[in-house]
Design a protein. Structure first.
Ligand SMILES: Nc1ncnc2c1ncn2[C@@H]1O[C@H](COP(=O)(O)OP(=O)(O)O)[C@@H](O)[C@H]1O
Ligand SMILES: CC(=O)N[C@@H](CCC(=O)OP(=O)(O)O)C(=O)O
Length: 259
């Protein structure tokens, strides 16, 4: 018998902050057929909360420098407010969501990033994903909702990029499922002209990716996002799509990443 399909969907922080788009997305996600996993970021909200508490935020190459105060804010914001709100709303839509961070069920174990030129602080690089635990939740028709937090085996919580959480879960779950990974963010996909929402590139393979890099069409957060995509395709993920909150609506245009 062939493998069953599994959808892994990541939603970015800017999408989460837009109430109208988030509601519409959650309705579509709740209605999506088959086993599924949601991963959420929340970077902007953490920056705002930190600022309210009087803590400055420093980002380098899209990664947050996470000192002890910053980690506390992140756990409260991602693991608390955002995660629990999304779970409650999915439950209200009839979807049996369960909120998790990497420490829950030892689901995502990471290592604190080694200090090279930059000390990122409490930032984790994922080492293992607990496939059997996640699979057992899916087997009970639960929908795991992961925040962008992992943990070490020694019990240290670590801030972990949401795109990486989604990509690593997808790679690991590919041993059991046909995996389809969706990155939902504020744009309609990868744009040929970042200023023009109507310039969505339908498909990007490795050659096209090289060309986009050379022509500097992609920048900022899109750089690690596409890097993650090609890495995931090399490691068993079957299909990857990038789009906005409307990605599951019929006739919605988005970008497909192919080898
Ligand atoms: N060619 C491009 N097409 C679409 N987005 C791009 C492009 N180049 C750069 N970007 C930027 O990448 C961002 C997406 O990355 P990121 O901010 O990390 O997303 P997320 O909301 O998932 O955290 C977009 O909001 C956009 O500003
Ligand atoms: C290490 C690191 O940078 N972690 C990210 C995790 C949140 C995230 O990925 O949020 P978005 O999807 O909204 O960008 C951060 O703290 O910003």
């Amino acid at each position: 018998m062939g493998k069953q399909d599994l959808s892994i969907v990541k939603i970015g922080g800017k999408l989460i902050e837009n109430e109208e788009r988030l509601s519409s997305f959650l309705r579509d996600f709740a209605a999506l057929k088959g086993p599924k996993i949601l991963v959420h970021g929340g970077g902007n909200m953490a920056t705002e909360m930190a600022s309210k508490l009087g803590f400055a935020t420093q980002m380098i190459d899209g990664r947050r420098i996470t000192d002890a105060n910053s980690l506390k804010v992140i756990v409260m914001t991602y693991g608390g407010l955002i995660n629990k709100s999304i779970v409650a709303r999915l439950q209200a839509l009839g979807a049996n969501a369960i909120g998790l961070c990497g420490a829950d069920g030892k689901s995502i174990i990471s290592k604190k990033r080694a200090v090279k030129e930059i000390d990122y602080g409490f930032v984790g690089d994922i080492e293992t994903v607990n496939v059997s635990f996640i699979n057992s939740l899916l087997g009970q028709e639960c929908i795991p909702v992961f925040s962008a937090i992992s943990a070490t085996l020694e019990g240290q919580l670590l801030n972990t990029n949401g795109d990486s959480v989604a990509a690593e879960i997808s790679k690991a779950m590919s041993s059991v499922y046909n995996t389809r990974l969706y990155f939902c963010f504020e744009k309609a996909g990868v744009l040929a002209n970042p200023q023009d929402e109507n310039s969505v590139i339908a498909e990007i393979d490795k050659d096209k990716y090289k060309q986009l890099l050379e022509n500097k069409v992609i920048s900022e957060g899109m750089l690690p996002k596409l890097h993650n995509c090609f890495e995931a395709l090399e490691h068993g993920v079957n299909e990857i799509f990038l789009g906005n909150a409307d990605i599951f609506k019929p006739d919605n245009s988005c970008t497909k990443i192919t080898r």
